[in-house]
Design a protein around this ligand. Sequence first.
Ligand code: SF4
Ligand code: SF4
Length: 364
Amino acid sequence: MDAGGPPRVDTSERPVVVVWELTQACSLACRHCRADAQEACHPDELSTAEGRSLLEAARRFGEGQLVVLSGGDPMARDDVVDLVDYGTDLGLRMTLTPSGTERLTPDRLEALADAGLRRVALSLDGAGPESHDDFRGEEGSFERTLRAARAARDAGLPLQLNTTVCADTVDELPAIRDLAEELGVVLWSVFFLVPVGRGAVLDPIAPDRAERVMAWLAEVADDAPFGLKTTEAPHYRRVRLQREAAGDGPSGARPPRVIAGDGFVFVSHVGEIYPSGFLPRSAGNVRRDDLVERYREADLFEALRDPDALKGKCGACPFNAVCGGSRSRAYAHTGDPLEADPLCAYVPPEYDGPLPPTLAATGP
Ligand code: SF4
Ligand code: SF4
């Protein structure tokens, strides 16, 4: 989530995004939920005081650090407005990814705006009630999300839309794109499914389909009145570079490379420090470890930032410094976060090593 702000950062020193999973609690039960959301808060989740310490640690990365309060449903905690206020006073850029539930009232959105919230991100995985509600497993979720989107706009909060790409949703993307424009979003974040948590029950799209979707997204990005970024699909940057080289798209600013552990750090509801919520391998816990030191120096984080540490075709890839593949997806499929990303259709020239099973079945 780029909520506007500081220039590019040295991602070996500080992340572009710090995500704090405030809680696992959520009143919805989406069948793809990464967080395995539960109705009740976990008894050991970080307290308000611990959360404030975490925000102070995030501030030590530097002025204007972007912090995403995530979940679960962050609105399930009573202290969410206070935390936004506290983070804003520290000089952080505070943003929020609430669930589309009744908890997201116009009053609370206004309170969040008054506390300094910089952006609110809502999820839409279908362009209409039927597809979205089916995907979310909750009737009325589509309408509630649209109501919340309008209320956010009325409160003066810039809006981001998040969409999951998988076999169930991929055909909806063009209509969701139009809805994003209609809603006046500032950013559309397109998340390519990683089979983690309950997301393991969904079918991902095949690599060649992902390639076509990314080419289409590049066209959308060239024309749309909103920003567009992919999540867990850094090969979108490779696709854009190839288009530019072929004269098929304007050269210019590409979204920054943000992958697990490189530009991104995730703190779980009980304080575990992960490279990403989709790569739940711990490098420490904010209750006992220094977040800044762990991000900069933990072996896991250093390896994830090193293109030379990558394996398989990602290791041999000429694009690995600009892409690097989804380390979370590699981990989910192989247990090794440095392995090749099985969603990428690209095979480097002259590479003759093993291919991920998704590609080995059909060949390059
Ligand atoms: S709204 Fe989000 S946190 Fe809640 S169940 Fe769905 S995916 Fe999980
Ligand atoms: S092979 Fe790996 S590094 Fe190369 S473009 Fe694909 S995902 Fe990125």
